[in-house]
Design a protein around this ligand. Structure first.
Ligand SMILES: CC(C)(COP(=O)(O)OP(=O)(O)OC[C@H]1O[C@@H](n2cnc3c(N)ncnc32)[C@H](O)[C@@H]1OP(=O)(O)O)[C@@H](O)C(=O)NCCC(=O)NCCS
Length: 169
């Protein structure tokens, strides 16, 4: 298994993996498979290539088995922060270190981007696998949003987590 930034040529398999994520892990994401399936291919290419985001993939051979994304802020007062989103590992490859490799790769990449000092994310309350993964990578919870999303199993709270990165000159 290796982790690498996705390229425009990965857009079709990235789309397929994320549509699987929205369907199989509905409580973990704010998007539905229906809304994202309606997006044209260009939307997925843009998500991969946008100047204010980066998307990493975990590959087993040629197969895309996991992904995570980082979004940077365009606004001067919030340019020190980046938002982690879209973390997903396909069930057959869970508990093999892919999630950790993706998150470690993203933290390294964020640290190489001048000025990024804070990473933040939200995770659905009760998603212990994800919370444990984020905690083990240095993220700490700092608040909970009640009734943050309406899921097939009812309203869920979202836990907000953050971690600092060493300041770059
Ligand atoms: C959360 C998720 C990405 C973890 O991916 P993974 O590849 O299975 O995780 P890893 O094998 O790299 O495990 C890393 C750490 O995560 C935690 N973890 C992973 N699975 C866990 C589980 N089932 N229960 C508790 N902790 C778990 C552990 O701390 C683990 O470290 P350890 O192996 O030293 O105990 C995966 O379960 C997933 O895709 N879930 C559905 C989508 C989702 O919830 N995304 C998060 C959105 S915020």
């Amino acid at each position: 298994m290796h982790v690498a930034p996705l390229q425009p040529s990965d857009a079709t398999r990235y789309r397929a993996l994320m549509l699987e994520a929205y369907a199989l892990a509905a409580d973990a994401f704010t998007s539905t498979p229906q809304e994202r399936a309606a997006e044209p291919d260009a939307w997925w290419v843009k998500r991969i290539t946008h100047a204010h985001s980066v998307v990493l993939g975990a590959f087993e051979g040629q197969e895309l088995i996991g992904t995570v994304a980082l979004e940077f802020s365009a606004k001067p007062k919030t340019q020190h922060k980046a938002h982690v989103l879209g973390m997903y590992v396909t069930p057959a490859f869970r508990a093999t270190g892919a999630g950790r490799a993706l998150l470690d790769g993203l933290i390294t990449l964020a640290g190489q981007r001048p000025g990024i000092q804070v990473l933040n994310l939200t995770v659905t309350e009760g998603n212990d696998a994800a919370v444990n993964l984020y905690r083990s990578a240095g993220f700490e919870p700092f608040g909970t949003e009640p009734m943050a999303i309406r899921t097939p199993s009812g309203f869920k709270n979202k836990v907000y987590m953050w971690r600092q990165l060493p300041a770059t000159p």
